[in-house]
Design a protein around this ligand. Sequence first.
Ligand code: PYC
Length: 402
Amino acid sequence: MLQLFRKQKMWGRHDLKPSYEVVIIGAGVHGLATAYYLGKCGIKNVAVLEKGYLGSGNSGRNTAIIRSNYRTPEGVAFYNESVRLYEKLSQELDYNVLFSQQGHMTLAHTDSAIIGLRVRAEVNTLMGVDSRLIGPEEIARLVPALDVSARPRYPVMAALYHPPGGIIRHDAVVWGYARAVERMGLEVHPHTEVTAIERANGSVSAVQTNRGRIKTGTILNATSGWCSLIAKMVDIELPIVSHPLQACVTEPLKPFLDKIIVSSNLHIYISQTDRGELVIGAEIDPYSSYNMQSTLPTLEQIAGHSLELFPCIRNVRVLRQWGGICDMTPDYSPLMGETEVKGFLVDVGWGTYGFKAGPVSGKMMAELIATGKIPKLIRPFAPGRFRENTLVGEKAAAAVSH
Ligand code: PYC
């Protein structure tokens, strides 16, 4: 019989225990995925703390694009593993995360943009990732609604086409991980804000929260947006500048767009969800701030650039607009691993590319916590790389939005 009401709660309410083996700060996709893989390794005395509701940070504020067509071999290998894990996530969690691999297209409107995309296509192909440069004729065939004529101020000249790229239901990913984590006996604590971190003999020893004090010897900072503030609690200055990024969603339309369209020159990305809405994102705001309010100038910019690409949506209404906080590192790659404070680990600096890395980051951070060994896939992203000058310059491929 059709079951109309869910009988089991997705996750429960718990009192905080006086101590946990591992405390994860941030219950977005990264924190929850780490807890999930820790549980799979048999480490279950774990609390995931979230100051708001689950996924209320950037996991609920992104444009849900999944792709692996990066520029550096380190980035391509890492994000490709994430795509692989996302492909299996619905079965893994027994929860439909609505991953739709409809294809991702990055448009070029200048000669230099074409050169950048060509380099990416070469690196992607060498790394076994399906990604190639295509011309206006093929673009028009794949995306009939896109204006590839000479009319726009910046006509479309070519595109990097990445068929495995897709969009996903971001809330479902958060809920599915949270449910799985709780079913394994680990604990998720929404509305639990970390106010201080204690140390003893150079190692972390406890966290103070608005609900009480917890002893622990291992803390993971998985707080996109607020990671610098959490790191300051143990006197670590992260090489991060935080910027707002805004996006919007339109009223639902009949399906007409089954590719994710990104313009690296116009700094805009558009996709159509299963509900028919267009999700459209902008570049990061040009100033550093923790303000998540949306602004009219950004909406005007989003509208103007969208109409350059899709004149057919000129009468479509925007339903809502929102902002999130992006933690930008100097090389546009994340910071993952141990820090100079014993027991304090970071999975931060996710700029505008955090959601697509959730599963692989969780798996790698859990492996690091469980074994003490740094997994190969995340070695390039060690927080100490800025001292050693071994940067992973990913701006060319991360830069759809900046
Ligand atoms: O890297 O795919 C991306 C992206 C989309 C929106 C912001 N960044």
